[in-house]
Ligand binder design. Structure first.
Ligand code: IMP
Ligand code: MG
Length: 178
């Protein structure tokens, strides 16, 4: 018996097929709203959004540039949801159509901070596409322009999402007890 088989896979919340279908629908929505663009800058938030980003951009018909940023969050009683930028975008965003691609919006602090920061760079448009949303956990308002799925307040892994760096490579979204 291998170590892997001793550790049961998390139960399925969203199957590969459900995710694939929804990603295609999101690509159609994005393409329709950006019929006039000369190109989108797609910004993935490391690391969780990577699987979603590569599947989504392959279905977009317009020219796409890709870049990444990374945050970490220092949640404490004195600074709840303080978000720190660990890696900034390298591409210039001024005058560009920018689409931020994120795995999940939970309390909203990460995206509220990031969108505020990116807006200062004066993009022509700035939108958010999130695969998952946990509305019950929201602490600050975040406008989600394109949403894959709303999910209950459970901790999810897979399709890029991790629990302590584990389970990112699951091909589906599953639930773990934390
Ligand atoms: P927020 O700032 O609370 O909205 O948190 C966003 C970040 O928390 C996400 O980008 C994820 O990295 C992480 N996160 C929140 N909920 C989950 C979850 O259920 N599974 C894995 N990561 C999560
Ligand atoms: Mg994340």
């Amino acid at each position: 018996m291998t170590a892997a088989s001793e550790s049961p896979r998390p139960p399925v919340l969203l199957s590969e097929e459900q995710i694939r279908r929804r990603v295609s629908e999101l690509a159609v929505e994005i393409a329709e709203r950006h019929a006039d663009t000369d190109g989108l800058v797609c910004l993935g938030i490391l690391k969780g959004s990577v699987f979603f980003l590569v599947d989504l951009v392959r279905e977009l018909p317009m020219p796409v540039a890709i870049d990444f940023l990374q945050t970490s969050s220092y949640g404490s009683d004195s600074s709840p949801g303080e978000v720190v930028l660990k890696k900034d975008v390298e591409l210039p965003l001024v005058g560009r159509d920018v689409l931020v691609i994120e795995d999940i919006v939970d309390t909203g602090h990460t995206l509220a901070t990031l969108l505020g920061l990116l807006r200062l760079r004066r993009p022509r448009s700035l939108e958010l596409c999130a695969l998952l949303n946990k509305p019950d956990r929201r602490e600050v308002e975040v406008p989600i322009d394109y949403l894959g799925f709303s999910i209950p307040d459970r901790f999810v892994v897979g399709y890029g999402l991790d629990h302590a760096e584990r389970w990112r490579n699951l091909p589906y979204v599953g639930v773990v007890d934390v």
